[in-house]
Design a protein around this ligand. Structure first.
Ligand SMILES: [Zn+2]
Length: 376
């Protein structure tokens, strides 16, 4: 759909060229500028509503290229290095403790909220203050909570994604704008059980649209930094020989882990992210890929999934272990594996050739282009 000023909403057939999703985002009619609702990473600028604005993107060209992550364009020459994992973990845990999910009805009981998604351990999630004033107050409480620990933070939360210092040297958290929506704070936990970064979920419910997620990041500020897009480990200390199942997002991973107790479940922040971390985690173990079912119809998803398979195959060759890749699918009326598990529909495990056979022609083209170097 094109409106009078020449903007077009993304759709299933024309997904966002930045995040690959079929909803929320838009482009100019000529597709030279993308407005991504989910990602501001490497954006040319940030819109007043916090959207990433990307110039000169040609989705046709991008789809025709072999898959490569978008190269980093560093906005500030001297953004601080990420703080060590133990520091980030302590800050984020305290933040969630001081502003728990249970303080927002919408986050716990609303559509797309924790209860709706079958997530049981509400205490692991936070409610991110909607207003600048609310976030300033939360920073005040954090500073107080760590008052006896000041040696830990000589640089005022420097290197903790989401935090930054303003022109007066005050520590700030999140964006400079208020939000009208309730915001769920979702931790991404590393292999060692420490929180690496957090995502924010906008709780506004719009039918036929998937949830909108962004990283808690301060990369738009000179003294801030980005999340690093880490991989989430749903149950980090479980047995190390279980098959690894990867899904999209920490909430889906939580629900999947609840039902699939004999799997080691990880969640990435988007189909094209954290591939090396996924392959490293699954080295020598079976790998099950359980992305949303749109890999059959969305070329971006098919391409990213095939790129993950290619990386896995080369890892198998390098480290000398056998094939154990399966693509997990279920009844097509349900998009995510969490919905499928909650509805108790059976899961099917496809081999890579079986998966390829089910793809739409456009998706098959994308997938085989990724896998071609291996089959020649
Ligand atoms: Zn987008």
């Amino acid at each position: 759909m094109i409106n009078s000023v020449g903007y077009r909403r993304v759709s299933k057939n024309r997904p966002c060229s930045i995040c690959g999703k079929p909803d929320w985002c838009s482009t100019t009619a000529t597709e030279t500028i993308s407005f991504c609702a989910r990602s501001t990473t490497n954006a040319d600028r940030i819109s007043p509503h916090g959207w990433g604005v990307f110039y000169d993107h040609d989705p046709g060209l991008q789809f025709a290229r072999p898959f490569r992550p978008i190269p980093a364009r560093k906005k500030f020459a001297h953004s601080p290095a990420l703080a060590p994992p133990e520091i980030r973990d302590r800050v984020y845990r305290k933040l969630i403790e001081l502003s728990p999910a249970s303080s927002s009805d919408k986050i716990v009981c609303g559509r797309g909220g924790l209860r709706d998604r079958g997530v049981l351990d509400h205490a692991n999630y936070g409610s991110f203050p909607k207003t600048v004033r609310g976030r300033d107050a939360l920073v005040g409480k954090l500073v107080q909570a760590f008052a006896g620990d000041r040696a830990l933070f000589p640089l005022s939360f420097s290197g903790v994604p989401g935090f930054w210092r303003d022109e007066d040297g005050e520590t700030r958290l999140g964006s400079r704008k208020d939000s009208v929506e309730d915001l769920m704070l979702i931790p991404f936990i590393g292999f060692d059980g420490r929180i690496r970064a957090c995502q924010i979920r906008f709780m506004k419910f719009v039918s036929n649209r998937s949830g909108r997620y962004i990283w808690l990041s301060s990369s738009n500020e000179q003294t801030g930094c980005g999340s690093g897009a880490p991989l989430h480990h749903a149950c980090p200390h479980s047995a190390s020989n279980e098959p690894v199942l990867v899904t999209e997002g920490a909430l889906k991973a939580a629900t999947a882990q609840r039902f699939l107790i004999d799997r080691y479940v990880v969640g990435n922040s988007g189909v094209a992210t954290s591939h090396r971390e996924i392959i490293g985690t699954a080295r020598g173990r079976p790998l099950e890929i359980a992305f949303d079912l749109d890999s059959f119809t969305n070329p971006h998803v098919a391409r990213a999934l095939a790129a993950l398979v290619r990386l896995r195959y080369s890892d198998q060759a390098s480290f000398g272990y056998g094939d154990g890749v399966r693509i997990v699918v279920w009844d097509g009326s349900m998009k995510g594996i969490d919905e499928a598990l909650l509805a108790q529909v059976p899961l099917l495990h496809l081999s890579v050739p079986e998966w390829l056979k089910r793809l739409s022609p456009k998706c098959l083209g994308e997938a085989t282009r990724q896998l071609a170097p291996l089959t020649q």
